[in-house]
Design a binder for this molecule. Sequence first.
Ligand SMILES: [Zn+2]
Length: 456
Amino acid sequence: MRIDYYIMGDAETETITVDKVYKTNTWRANPDQLLDQFNNGEYYYRVYDALTNKIIYSKGFDNYFREYQTTKPAERGQRKVFQETALIPCPKNPVIFVIARRNDNNILQPIFEKKIDPEDYHIIDQKLPENYVYEAKINGDPHKKVDLLFIGDGYTGKEKRAFKKDVDRYVEYLFDTEPFTSNRKEFNIYGIMPESIEPGVDQPRKQDYKNTALEATFNSLDSPRYLLTENLWDLHDIASQKPYDAICIMVNSKRYGGGGIYNYYCTFTADNERSDFTFLHEFGHSFGGLADEYYSSSVAYSNFYPQDIEPTEPNITALIDPDRLKWKDQLSEGIEIPTDWGKAEYDSMKIDLSELKKEQSQKIDQIKQNQADSKAIDSVKNVYKAQIDTLDQRIEDFILNHPLRDKIGVFEGAGYESEGIYRPTVNSIMKEFIGDRAYNKVSEKAILEIIKYYTQ
Ligand SMILES: [Zn+2]
């Protein structure tokens, strides 16, 4: 059963209302794992039998709305509406469908409930669109496999072959990375390519808009590299053609960017030179429920992880109770907690780098206003390039030659916070795209648990 609802509000308010309920194809997730024990995600769906009040299904997730709530417009009281979709096993008898959200202490509280009778004639059972399908890897019964679905956006009807090749390339990146390498047989992988009228993707800051099937767009939450779609219902219409436990939206563009929201979807562009890293990073969010381990890049959020509250993600901690550290069993022998890693040196390099980049873009804006030609702009870029490259290299050397590079400890700086939030390793794909294309061991273990949830 598919429940489409609106979620709307500003920083302080939140309203949910169900739009439509559908009967969809058979339940493809694992029938032996109907209750989600991960306790991750800002929200949970919970389904109770209406007669006995017994819980029959639950699943944790994050959403776009929650991120919107932390932005400046939301804080100013500007309300925004988002589409959302819940997929639940079709009940035999009437159920209470509940959406729960974490309170200030991260305890889940019901914020919405609706009784749904599966016999209700309002429930829609209709045919949905059919698009080009590519069955990339089939390893067995969808009930006992992770069904991973790549949906292409910004591919026109003439680009089916390109789409297929792109899917194959990302499947290769996936299976070249642990814990996916060791578990490749646990996955079924499909590609679906709705035909977009125009190739590419929206780039609002360039006033460049394209008519694409999913309307994926850069500059989500006014953050230039953040790539998301708000068309959740179209997304689930398109996805319904194949079984899916997780959706990856592959965008036909060369530009750097992506996004990933836990049990929601991830996005990445197919043709950027760092797209392999981006895909695995964003998939780490959407599939693994992993948090960002960086803290020095600018993001749209403010105070995403409040102080003194332990985050729910498996790969970051507020270190409130060191005796109950999430990755206690994986710590390197004799490692100090928290772990001194030369943060001040790293931070000063990162600050210098961001100042340089700021200076450069200010200079470029300045000469653009004076109608400078592209040659003049290039010469400004060249002046800064050498300095930026040198700093980039120093940061890379710092990480690659770090004495604790292979150690698991408790390193301060993660989840957009320089202080008070900690990560398990000096570097990883959830932190910075330097060195190997790999998660750290703590994230690998967390992802493995999720693979088991879908397959065992
Ligand atoms: Zn991220």
